[in-house]
Design a protein around this ligand. Structure first.
Ligand code: FES
Length: 575
């Protein structure tokens, strides 16, 4: 796509390898030390392969093999591949939450790419926060970069039923607590729900964010939907390795791809997929890295006109493996041509519109057509009101319809521990119309973990209650469901209105009107505000202290304030 191809002496790596001085002698001799020959690297684009593999990340455990397939493609196209391991963010294991470490991986990626002789990058991620983190870092480094999504794992199986990551864990956990399945059943679900490499295979945060990466134009067409275990995935890895070499010669950089129109396309995709609420935070942060200002209203506006087309759990029925066989993301986006900016340039050097040519739906029950959507609009809704002055989000398609316009008395928990200690207390005054409120679960209080699908008390589960209105400043796993109002901003830790709610206060939600209201007089709220005392600082040293000093609130993307924007960082001196 670029008018002129760069020459070897134009490459960034030329400053390390191509000049005749003592430093370059060291760079060459130390590369030769690893068994490479001069012709392996001389005058070739150096491709940094940022690999988030580790022994503790099951979503990426095929990356040991995939990285070799990427290297194969880089060699084929005349590049020099270098694997650069980056910090691993393994969603199921990392505490208090991977969300705290998203910005650390973004910094890791940016600094790896800037401080080494890298001309272009292949970004290997997929497990929840890895996608936004890698893209945020590569966008700030602004070197040619292509994203390699890990791909979803295969469907889970149990007693002839398909199981979806997270979604069916929550479902059968509730059944176990309600006494409708046995411990033995539960153990079998545990053994059957995750049976191949790859990320969660519902439309959770991972599938949403890899689909976002593809819609933004950062992956090869179709890459986000291929199951990790499919041979097409390995071929896609090699093709990505081939393509990045040409992107370097063409000087095709993230900031040329990540335009405001591309972000609008991504928002459209999130809504059509009924994607994870987490995507709102991540997209705002990603856009901030390239100087595109996204606000919550933009998500809400696009949501009102975008039909939900992906019939995938938790909002729908099927799983990502079915979605792939049904035509994948390209087939879904092709249904939305009129709503997309088709002229956005992508890593292929072609436009999004060109990349969608020929895409077809093969199973209209899995990917719905425009004429037969799962829902005519409203994959996500942004709420405002005196309880959330800077906004909150809810996923209406994943909630019981009766709770989308509802009023009930608050049952307040001041922390997760408080909730864990009392939620199943038979004496707790609560019924199906109550509104469960969790405080102190936001970015500064707790790192903003995925606690937002607050548990329904056992005694109500036994009576058949499966959904209630729940409100917090936490996030919710993209695999979760329920009438959960999330990301309340500002967070309660800062003394915001959410911190002032007391048991019995009346709370009203009206999703159609985008309203969330606490029915307490302003004078009473003012009185409570004078009584409110901040909790002690949670994170006092190391990365936590850096995080606490600089993280922004949910409506601003939870990036670090000093990482936002496109201020140029000077190239490193090579002396
Ligand atoms: Fe990695 Fe869900 S645990 S994507």
């Amino acid at each position: 796509m670029a008018a002129t191809r760069r020459r070897p002496e134009d490459l960034r790596s030329h400053r390390w390898y191509g000049v005749q001085d003592l430093r370059a002698f060291g760079h060459r001799s130390r590369t030769l030390q690893m068994g490479f020959a001069r012709e392996d690297f001389a005058g070739k684009p150096v491709i940094g392969i940022v690999n988030t593999w580790s022994d503790i990340n099951p979503c990426h455990y095929h990356f040991k093999q995939r990285v070799e397939e990427v290297k194969r493609g880089v060699w084929q196209a005349g590049g020099f591949p270098l694997e650069l391991p980056a910090i691993t963010l393994a969603e199921p294991f990392q505490k208090p939450t991977t969300m705290m470490y998203r910005n650390l991986l973004a910094m890791d990626t940016e600094e790896l790419l800037r401080s080494y002789p890298v001309d272009g990058a292949v970004l290997m991620g997929g497990c929840d926060k890895t996608t936004p983190a890698l893209i945020m870092g590569a966008s700030s480094a602004n070197l040619p970069a292509i994203y390699l999504p890990a791909g979803p794992m295969l469907r889970g199986n149990w007693h002839g039923e398909f199981l979806g990551s997270g979604t069916d864990s929550w479902k059968y956990w509730a059944e176990l607590r309600a006494g409708t399945i046995t411990e033995r059943d539960w153990q079998e679900v545990e053994e059957g729900i995750a049976r191949s490499p790859g990320h969660c295979m519902v439309m959770g945060t991972a599938s949403t964010m890899t689909s976002v990466a593809e819609t933004l134009g950062l992956t090869l067409p179709g890459a986000a939907s291929i199951p990790a275990a499919d041979a097409n995935h390995g071929r896609m890895a090699t093709a990505s390795g081939r393509r990045i070499v040409d992107m370097v010669w063409e000087d095709l950089k993230p900031r040329a791809i990540l335009t405001a129109a591309a972000f609008d396309n991504a928002i459209t995709a999130i809504h059509a997929l009924s994607g994870s609420t987490n995507a709102v935070i991540h997209l705002i942060a990603m856009a901030g890295r390239v100087g595109v200002a996204l606000d919550l209203e933009r998500f809400d506006r696009i949501s009102r006109t975008t039909p939900v087309l992906a019939n995938v759990r938790p909002a729908g029925t099927y799983l990502m493996e079915d979605f792939y066989y049904a035509g994948g993301l390209r087939a879904l986006l092709a249904q939305l041509r009129d709503a997309l900016a088709l002229d956005c340039i992508t890593v292929t050097g072609k436009t999004l519109g060109e990349n969608l040519d020929g895409a077809r739906i093969y199973r209209p029950d899995v990917i719905r057509t425009r004429a037969d959507p799962l829902s005519p609009s409203g994959g996500l809704a942004v709420l405002r009101g005196n309880l959330a002055p800077d906004g909150a989000v809810i996923k209406p398609t994943a909630a019981e319809a009766r709770l989308l316009k509802h009023k009930g008395p608050a049952v307040v928990f001041q922390s997760y521990d408080d909730m864990a200690a009392r939620i199943d207390d038979e004496a707790l005054v609560i019924d199906a119309d109550s509104v469960i409120v969790l405080q102190n679960a936001g970015p500064l209080a707790a790192g903003m973990p995925e606690w937002g699908q607050l548990p329904i008390p056992k005694k109500l589960l036994r009576c058949g209650v499966r959904d209630m209105l729940r409100i917090s400043d936490a996030r919710m796993s993209g695999t979760s469901y329920g009438a959960c109002v999330l990301h309340v901003a500002p967070e309660s830790y800062l003394g915001a209105p959410l911190a002032l709610v007391r048991d019995g206060d009346s709370i009203e939600i009206d999703v159609a009107a985008r309203r969330l209201h606490l029915h307490v007089d302003e004078s009473e709220l003012a009185r409570r505000r004078t009584e409110w005392r901040p909790a002690p600082a949670r994170f006092k040293r190391g990365f936590g202290a850096l995080y606490a000093g600089h993280v922004t609130q949910a409506d601003k993307g939870c990036d670090f304030d000093f990482l936002e924007g496109t201020v140029d960082t000077p190239e490193p001196d090579i002396h």
